[in-house]
Ligand binder design. Structure first.
Ligand code: CP
Ligand code: NVA
Length: 305
């Protein structure tokens, strides 16, 4: 079974064909083409955490492809409580063609996938957010950037979004520097996987060093969903890591500012930078729609649209 649980499930060729398909789907949508390659097909969406972008883009994406989506909050189905995750996976596989899931623990995504007989997409776990990374690198690719020449800087927490970006950068040959406070570096397994792919990954605790001459500056919240109890400790640890005008001034002249959103304005990023002319955050979120349609078609074997 083909799943997208991690960027590690994809080859470089698959990512490149996903980018071409994403561009084609985006152009089709813009042209008002209403072809329905997924007529009669359906998706279940299971969410243990809140979402704006991931939920809307999966639901609208399925509708644009002619299919349907059913949203299930973990609370409403008693995910792992009223019924075990394997039983839910086996039941859903009888009714729907594909499942997207957002969980706290990555082990839950893996458990669901190992018992489902339909493809499973990770819509964010504590370890990875592969759909986000695909959309982000597509956003750079569609601007015509040579991904093997740019310098990509991550500033902040070595979290789920960072992990998927580190893996995708390694796969695509993008040089990446990650600046985190001590103790918040990306997971050692992700670092090892990136290096095994031949990735040029540098780690530092100095945000200025990462930003110096960078072509892309990316940040994300300091307190991810599920980490609310660590708020005070994290705010103190990340104080020097805000993406603001001073940090942006160290980057290359046309550097792009990225953030997966939602942003905690005034914490990891200043208003002026988030809303400024170098910010491409709305291109990133807009592209989620098309990148995920490409992923769905790819997993369902309909990627030749
Ligand atoms: N970036 C992202 O996944 O947003 P949501 O949490 O709103 O889905
Ligand atoms: N790192 C954030 C990303 C949200 C899209 C979180 O996990 O809450």
């Amino acid at each position: 079974m083909n799943h997208l649980l991690s960027i590690g499930n994809l080859s470089r060729d698959e990512v490149q064909s996903l980018f071409r398909l994403t561009a084609a789907l985006k152009a089709r949508q813009k042209a008002g083409d209403r072809e329905a390659p997924l007529a009669g097909r359906s998706m279940a969406l299971i969410f243990e955490k809140p979402s704006l972008r991931t939920r809307v883009t999966f639901e609208v994406g399925m509708a644009q492809l002619g299919g349907a989506a059913v949203y299930l909050s973990a609370q409403e189905i008693g995910f792992g409580i009223r019924e075990s995750v394997p039983d839910i996976a086996r039941n859903l596989s009888r009714w729907v063609d594909i499942i997207a899931v957002r969980t706290f623990s990555h082990a839950t995504v893996e458990m669901l996938a190992s018992h489902a007989t339909v493809p499973v997409i990770n819509g964010l776990s504590d370890l990875e957010h592969p759909c986000q990374a695909l959309s982000d690198f597509f956003t750079l690719w569609e601007r015509g950037l040579d991904l093997t020449r740019i310098r990509f800087a991550w500033i902040g927490d070595g979290n789920n979004v960072c992990h998927s970006l580190v893996l995708l950068a390694a796969l695509l040959g993008t040089s990446m520097t990650v600046a985190t406070p001590p103790g918040y570096a990306p997971d050692a397994r992700i670092q090892a996987a990136a290096r095994a792919l031949g990735g040029q990954l540098r780690l530092t605790t100095d945000p200025s060093e990462a930003a110096e001459g960078a072509d892309v500056l990316y940040t994300d919240v300091w307190i991810s969903m599920g980490q609310e109890a660590e708020r005070e400790q994290r705010l103190a640890a990340f104080l020097r890591y805000q993406l603001n005008e001073q940090l942006l001034a160290r980057a290359g002249p046309g550097a792009l500012v990225m953030h997966c959103l939602p942003a905690h304005r005034g914490e990891e990023i200043s208003d002026a930078v988030l809303d400024g002319p170098q910010s491409v955050v709305l291109d990133q979120s807009g592209n989620r729609l098309h990148a995920q349609k490409a992923v769905i078609l790819h997993l369902l074997g309909g990627g030749d649209v």
